[in-house]
Unconditional design. Structure first.
Length: 47
C-alpha cells in the first residue's frame, strides 16, 4: 500500500521540480519514507 503512496508523491515532486537534483532528493526521501513505513504504520498520515 505504501508503494502506491510513494509513486504518487514521486509524481507530484517530479511535476513540481522536474530536475536531476529533484530525482536525487526523491530517491533518498523515498528510501527514508519506506524505512519509516516498514517500522511503523504512518500510511494514514501520509495519504
Amino acid at each position: 500500500m505504501y508503494r502506491e503512496i510513494v509513486k504518487t508523491r514521486s509524481r507530484v515532486l517530479r511535476a513540481g521540480f522536474g530536475s536531476a537534483s529533484a530525482d536525487k532528493f526523491l530517491s533518498e526521501s523515498v528510501r527514508i519514507l519506506a524505512e519509516r513505513l516498514t517500522q511503523s504504520e504512518l500510511v494514514p498520515r501520509l495519504s
